[in-house]
Ligand binder design. Structure first.
Ligand code: GUN
Ligand code: ZN
Length: 430
């Protein structure tokens, strides 16, 4: 039997993007709001009392003073790095070689991949994240494990087999042909099944030969409705290495562009140290840039130019970059985005931070018409925030004069204790 439910509480709505003008006219909170949900979708929104009067048979779940926000959307993560998150003391290239690659080797065992996928979805749901765009490992079974687990939980996710045919250890390399064949088979198996989407996933230029980049570009041309995800201009040492490996390239982005890997459905993680030409080209094609603030501070990468890139009209999502990022929490990720923007001279409004973690990331994934907002027709992925989850947060929120001042301490100091409930596709997950 189909259950019709009303979720009641304070409800966050975005009428437009808070970066386009005054955040206060783009976002509003309905203090006695409600969401009418059925069959995994939001049917109606409005004052809870009105929804109850119009739908007396609906089951009421009253979340009281908690804030209902769209389920968090993590636009760039590496689920295989779950067990080695917070590994000490290295910058990108050494961090990959010392910690990341040995851990990713373990995914040759499908049982290990399945166990980590389950652990990863448990952890992310507990932190209020309902959609993830993840890299897997070179092993096709790591992709099967991720999609199988997401499907069982009814989650909307994006993932792909990470492709690497050089500068990675034996056992963690494919070839141009096998990367093409395996990616294609996985894409055909999973893309568009339930809430699952496939992303073509060359790790980054240093670990792919030009032949492999060509093969990935060819696969994307055959399946232009797929997303393509990779890394771009994260650290200066990495950029110098790319220049050595691709002497003919105009810049880092050109190593993708020359092989058919620049496009509007491309997602470029980090994108910190961009040249003017790269910024212009990314903007022209409408590519997605993914800001990974806890990773950028943890691995020492640099300060993403959120404000400048937004002003240019770039499409930007927010992400944990687990496990280069040091947290599974999108609250902690918003806090780090706030801190990085402060270091660049700009204070992000809480509505901007929440938008980045929900609608903004959804738009970066080209899913802004189905997730990332609490509006009729949208999928019922909802995270319920307790705005007084610890004594430290509660005493600060108590002083607040409006909802934005009340939610900001949770953004800055909150963790999984702030997640009161999570609804995924209309079903209670946490
Ligand atoms: N660049 C290439 N691979 C990775 C990765 O796994 N994490 C991060 N942060 N950067 C990368
Ligand atoms: Zn990454």
């Amino acid at each position: 039997m189909t259950t019709t439910r009303i979720l009641a509480g304070q409800v966050l709505h975005f009428d437009s993007t808070p970066f386009a003008g005054d955040p206060l006219s783009a976002a509003r909170v309905d203090s006695a709001g409600g969401l009418l949900i059925r069959d995994g979708r939001i049917l109606a929104t409005g004052p809870a009392a009105e929804l109850r009067a119009a739908h007396p048979g609906a089951e009421l779940i009253d979340h009281g003073q908690a804030l209902l926000v769209p389920g968090f959307v993590d636009a760039h993560a590496h689920y295989p790095q779950t067990a080695m998150i917070a590994s000490w003391g290295k910058r990108l290239i050494d961090w990959l070689n010392l910690y990341t690659f040995p851990e990713e080797m373990r995914f040759a065992d499908p049982a290990y991949a399945g166990a980590i996928a389950a652990r990863y979805f448990d952890l992310t749901a507990a932190h209020g994240t309902t959609t993830i765009c993840s890299f897997c490992t070179i092993h096709p079974a790591s992709v099967d494990a991720f999609f199988t687990e997401a499907r069982a939980r009814g989650q909307r996710v994006v993932a792909g087999k990470t492709c690497m045919d050089r500068n990675a250890p034996e056992g963690l390399r494919d070839t141009a042909q096998s990367a093409y064949d395996d990616s294609k088979a996985l894409l055909q198996r999973w893309h568009g099944v339930d809430r699952l989407s496939y992303a073509i996933t060359p790790r980054f230029s240093p670990t792919s030969t030009p032949d492999q980049l060509d093969a990935m570009g060819a696969l994307w041309a055959e399946h232009p409705d797929c997303l393509m995800q990779t890394h771009l201009s994260e650290q200066t040492d990495e950029i110098a290495w790319v220049a050595d490996l691709f002497p003919e390239a105009r810049d880092y982005l050109d190593t993708y562009e020359a092989h058919g890997l620049l496009g509007g459905r491309g997602l470029y993680g980090h994108a910190i140290h961009l040249e003017p030409r790269e910024r212009d080209r990314l903007r022209e094609v409408g590519a997605g840039l993914v800001h990974c603030p806890t990773s950028n501070t943890f691995i020492g990468s640099g300060l993403f130019d959120l404000d400048g890139l937004m002003a240019q009209g770039q499409r930007i999502g927010l992400a944990t970059d687990t496990g280069g990022g040091s947290s599974f929490s999108m609250l902690r990720t918003m806090a780090a985005a706030y801190e990085i923007a402060q270091l660049r001279g700009r204070a992000l409004h809480p509505a901007e931070l929440l938008w980045l973690a929900t609608a903004g990331s959804a738009e970066a994934l080209h899913m802004g018409d189905r997730i990332g907002r609490l509006a009729p027709g949208y999928e019922a992925d909802v995270t319920v925030l307790n705005l007084a989850s610890t004594p430290a947060i509660a005493q600060r929120a108590e002083r607040a004069e409006d909802i934005w001042e009340a939610v900001f301490p949770t953004i800055m100091m909150g963790d999984d204790r702030a997640i009161e409930a999570v609804w995924i596709g209309g079903a209670r997950a946490v």
